[in-house]
Design a protein around this ligand. Structure first.
Ligand code: NAI
Ligand code: MG
Length: 501
């Protein structure tokens, strides 16, 4: 298929232009192959709505092929690799991602709409770090010796120990908001533990996962250990339901997370889920207001609000509510809207027309319900999927803008009274992914962190992640933890061996 070259490609690196020139295939068993049914789809640049390239669309037969090749590797060559060999491979991949960071960031910016500069400084650096962090873990996954006293054998002597073994063939199904980074939340931890991975990137953003497969193959990845199946929800569903997949790790909507749980029950595969959020940012009157205004604005505007941890509910102490929300609205109004390839842009396009309609639909519903937009409130321009950064006040807890994940540059702000406390409002959500607390009173900040039911609480910052810090949700924000040592638990199973001496 020949596509008209998108005019916005003029400023991109020659290596990116070269990558986009050819139609993209699936990566299965160390080979680039067409989908068995020959199907393809087109991926678009959301800054222009123009096509970027054509990509193979994996069906159930391709899922079977990738899973079978994964199983062969898992039972065969990969099982013979020592921890130090896995460590070296993952480290080499991390180094290669650093070397290709600019190219990967441009590809991400074109496919997703995000800022290329931010993608290079944040997404790619962190992706590389995750490969290197889990490279380190590969040689440090240890069992324990356990003193036992088996009751039916008084006087006997025992030697009992545990080992941590890989789970097996892992499916990874990821979203479009941080395409390569979400792959890196799963792939390096899984491989460090000795698993194999079948990765299904989101249909909106398939490109960096394919480039990652090239980088991994160049670094010495054995065939079958890592496959990339580009496709839609049906491809993900086939992975989640597959009887020879031992675990599925999913990041995406809570709605699809529940479908994954249903699909997984056939063979009771292990499931880990990172789902939606409606994260509160609690601002006390004693906060450093200047820092809190800038920090909370970025807390909901980062990645144009397309972040599962977006701080989309500002809960502000009533004494400072007007001053504070005016300050945040001003930051929002002063944000420059433009394409991700323009380094001066603050707010890029949403990933797709569907997402544009979803986000403007929420804003319109909020305004119809009686909310007031202190900033924004509309689509920006006619070309590309841009939405003005929007801060809504006069919002009731029953409004959909208050309750549901919007996934765009939109926050609601509501006041709270210090005597009534903020705990009930902060926890008035089915989600529990993240929260932030802004205060100079260290005890109050820690007490508030303790009271909030969320997997991550930041104090005087928002979206401050680290490879070593566990990440995941309370309530309907998910099952299990990624990152840190928690991911090692989720990609291994424990075997107990008890020896009668
Ligand atoms: P989604 O949850 O439908 O898509 C995420 C991934 O799941 C994609 O790779 C998709 O192809 C795959 N998928 C879709 N249906 C599937 C199925 N039945 N079985 C297995 N895999 C399936 O998210 P979507 O539709 O792109 O976005 C909808 C909303 O979801 C967003 O507006 C946002 O609120 C939320 N979302 C949350 C994310 C997060 O990081 N928590 C990421 C993406 C979306
Ligand atoms: Mg969907």
């Amino acid at each position: 298929m020949t596509l008209e070259i998108n005019s916005s490609l003029a400023n991109v690196l020659p290596s990116v232009q070269e990558f986009l020139r050819n139609d993209k295939q699936l990566f299965i068993d160390g080979q680039w192959v067409d989908a068995a049914a020959g199907e393809t789809f087109v991926t678009y640049d959301p800054a222009t709505g123009q096509p970027l390239t054509s990509v193979a669309r994996a069906g159930a037969e391709d899922v079977d092929r990738a899973v079978a090749s994964g199983r062969r590797a898992f039972d065969g060559e990969w099982s013979l690799w020592t921890p130090a060999m896995r460590q070296r491979l993952l480290f080499r991949i991390g180094e290669a991602i650093y070397e290709h960071a600019e190219e990967l960031a441009q590809l991400e910016a074109l496919d997703n709409g995000k800022s290329a500069g931010v993608a290079q400084a944040v997404d790619m650096v962190w992706t590389a770090e995750l490969f290197e962090y889990y490279a380190g873990w590969a040689t440090k996954i240890e069992g324990r010796t356990v003193p036992v006293s088996v009751p039916w054998a008084p006087g006997a002597s025992w030697h009992a120990y545990t080992t941590r073994e890989p789970v097996g063939v892992c499916g990874a199904i990821i979203p479009w908001n941080f395409p390569l980074l979400m792959a890196a939340f799963k792939v390096p931890a899984a491989l460090a533990c000795g698993n194999v991975v079948v990765l299904k990137p989101a249909e909106q953003t398939p490109l960096t996962a394919l480039r990652l497969a090239e980088i991994m193959a160049d670094a010495g990845l054995p065939a079958g250990v890592f496959s990339v199946l580009t496709g839609f929800g049906d491809t993900g569903a086939a992975i989640a339901a597959h009887d020879d997949v031992d675990k599925v790790a999913f990041t995406g909507s809570t709605e699809v997370g529940k479908l994954i749980v249903d699909a997984a029950k056939g063979n009771l595969k292990k499931v880990s889920l990172e789902l939606g959020g409606k994260s509160p940012q609690v601002v006390y009157a004693d906060a450093d207001l200047e820092a809190a205004i800038a920090g909370t604005a970025s807390g909901f505007l980062f990645n144009h609000g397309q972040a599962c941890t977006a701080g989309s509910r500002l809960l502000v102490e009533d004494r400072i509510f007007d001053e504070f929300t005016q300050g945040v609205a001003e930051v929002a109004r002063n944000s420059k809207i433009g394409p991700g390839m323009d380094p001066t842009s603050d707010i890029g396009p949403l990933v797709s027309e569907e997402q544009l309609n979803r986000v403007t639909g929420y804003i319109n519903q909020g305004l119809a319900d009686g909310a007031t937009a202190l900033s924004g409130g509309r689509r920006h321009g006619e070309v590309g999927y841009y939405v003005e950064p929007t801060l809504l006040v006069d919002v009731e807890a029953s409004f959909s803008v208050y309750r549901e994940e919007i996934f765009g540059p939109v926050a609601v702000a509501t006041p709270f009274n210090i005597d009534e406390g903020v705990q009930a409002a902060a926890n008035d959500t089915p989600f529990g992914l993240a929260a932030s607390v802004w205060s100079r009173d260290i005890s109050k900040a820690h007490r508030t962190a303790r009271a909030i039911k969320a997997g991550t609480v930041w104090i005087n910052c928002h979206n401050a992640f680290d490879a070593a810090l566990p990440f995941g949700g309370y309530k309907q924000s998910g099952w299990g933890r990624e990152l840190g040592e928690g991911a090692i638990d989720s990609y291994t199973q424990t075997k107990a061996v008890n020896v009668l001496l």
